[in-house]
Design a binder for this molecule. Sequence first.
Ligand SMILES: [Zn+2]
Length: 265
Amino acid sequence: MRLRRTTVLIAIMSISAVLIADGHLSGILADSPRSQATELANLAGRLGIEIVTADPVFPIATAHGAIEGRSADPDEIERFAAIFASEFRRYPAALMRKTNLKRVVLCSELNFAAQRRTVIPDFDHDTLYYDVGRGSYDETYVRKVIHHEFYHLIDFCDDGMLYEDAAWAALNPAGFEYGSGGRNAQDMGGTSLLTDKFPGFLNHYSTTGVEEDKAEIFANLIVAPEYVAARIRTDRTVESKSKRMKELMANFCPSIDAGFWPDSK
Ligand SMILES: [Zn+2]
């Protein structure tokens, strides 16, 4: 499936609800004594993006269905913001420009086309939506999701193709065919747990589609580098995919060089 990018951006946020690029903040976090506000404001300023923490506007119409959600509880925002800032801080501003990411919206009860989602990359409006409550019981999962979904934006921007990558698929064991896509495994227990049960893949979720396979390699190279390194020692396919991912990223954005990837030792 090929997605078409629209170039029309819709201004959907009131100024009081966003962190704007110069680091200004006025929103629910501004009043919190435990506030991540300064951290988020600095991050937004450095990356040149908006981070929306209050009063997000819904629904958002996209070419593929409506995005729905609502304002999140300030305490949930606070918890998520700490994790989000520590993960997004890894990225250079150059990567934001390459992906055209303009805005990150932190919200709750996130839905896409009436299906509950943890994260939605909105290619039509250069926006990433994060449900700050779902999955918050597992911090490592949240950290991976942050990178996994951002990678979908990268994957789309590098060649306009999300659901096809013949060169990547050719790295798979002979005869392997991907499943029916990540959406059909969203609620399957254990689908994203790291395991060596699927040779050539990091987990079950990676087997559901080439786009999920790539996003899982990307996210785990950042959040679980020791696990990936251990798999590489016995799995040539995982090794090839890790190498290919680093090549793809360096080609897409030269700032993502060897120094970007966390040490696996
Ligand atoms: Zn995904």
